[in-house]
Design a protein around this ligand. Structure first.
Ligand SMILES: [Zn+2]
Length: 336
């Protein structure tokens, strides 16, 4: 840390000014061929101000400790999880084959690039999620008669078709998109597709296991009433970066990426390892990931990122924003 500080303290005054900090960022944010990524001036200034905790326009050696320990070290040596979402028979060739949806995408096409990543990239952990429903699940159009629709439902039980959204009675009311029966617990349709590689020591996460609430995100159900074990497991593994992919792009992959970002993880969505339901919704998913400081990459870019040789400024900025929040929270606690 001291050597780094001294190396970038060009004028040797014992402080890093914004220009010297800019040189650190130019060293950090590069691809694996050494090409520097541009970091816009506003973001540079914002990151600098987060580490300039005394707000005197300079970073001293004491302030640099946080920058080094919590920011630079993570950027250079991230701890990465590969989260493969719902690559199950029913979504590829079963009852909810996504090729029958409006985007007409083929779920089978994610298998080869995902297997390639599993073969070539040394992720710190690999997780597979399963959509895993009881037979009376609320999301199945076949189960419409099991629950009463609220008078505010935009579609009646008689008129409802697959992929429509209805509102069920309840307190609170439950808005639910209707899907054909799929991924019944322990059925063939809920198994991972046979050609998907399953690595040793991988973790499995089951979601959508409760009858009366659907669960798109691998973190929480859609009402955030219950959570899976994923949050705790990632925290125990000291994960910093989440690589998400799988099926369906604009449903469970998108919801999981949104939650990963909201929790504060550096989140990377692997575009060519996802297939989805609706083209407009896929575009909304992509826009939301980018707006919330995640990145969207192709699978050939992943290896260098996991190995810390390709370091993206968006992810550095995201991490700085999370550190800013934790500094503010600790100040609030201190005042209390
Ligand atoms: Zn489902």
């Amino acid at each position: 840390m001291d050597a780094c500080f001294s190396a970038f303290d060009d004028d040797g005054d014992g402080f890093l000014n914004i220009h010297e900090f800019d040189s650190i960022c130019k060293g950090l944010f590069r691809n694996d061929r050494g090409i520097v990524y541009s970091l816009d001036a506003d973001r540079l200034e914002h990151i600098f101000s987060i580490f300039d905790t005394k707000k005197d326009g300079l970073i001293d050696r004491q302030e640099f400790v946080l920058c080094w320990d919590k920011w630079i070290k993570t950027i250079v040596r991230p701890v990465s999880v590969f989260l493969i979402i719902d690559v199950q028979n029913d979504f590829i060739s079963g009852t909810l084959n996504i090729s029958n949806c409006s985007a007409q995408q083929n779920g089978l096409e994610v298998i080869e690039p995902i297997n390639q990543l599993l073969d070539t990239v040394n992720f710190d952990s690999v997780f597979y999620s399963y959509d895993w429903h009881p037979t009376d699940h609320i999301s199945f159009i076949e189960n419409l008669s099991l629950r009463k629709l609220d008078s505010s439902s935009p579609v009646s039980a008689e008129d409802a078709k697959p992929f429509d959204t209805v509102v069920f009675e309840g307190c609170p009311k439950i808005k639910q998109r209707l899907w054909p029966k799929h991924c019944i617990q322990d059925s063939w349709g809920a198994q991972l597709y046979k050609d998907l590689k399953v690595v040793d020591n991988a973790m499995k996460i089951y979601k959508g296991t409760v009858s009366d609430v659907d669960s798109y995100s691998v973190f929480w159900d859609n009402k955030k009433l219950s959570e899976t074990t994923l949050c705790n497991q990632l925290a125990n593994l000291n994960i910093t970066d989440i690589y998400v992919c799988g099926l369906a792009y604009d449903v469970c992959v998108g919801a999981t990426a949104a939650d990963a970002l909201s929790i504060g993880y550096r989140t990377i969505l692997i575009d060519d390892c996802c297939r989805g339901v609706d083209v407009d919704d896929i575009n909304l998913t992509k826009n939301s990931v980018i707006k919330n400081h995640g990145v969207i990459v192709q699978s050939h870019e992943v290896k260098a990122m996991v190995e810390g040789r390709d370091r993206r400024p968006e992810l550095g900025y995201k991490l700085a924003l999370e550190l800013e929040k934790s500094i503010q929270n600790s100040k609030v606690k201190h005042i209390k």
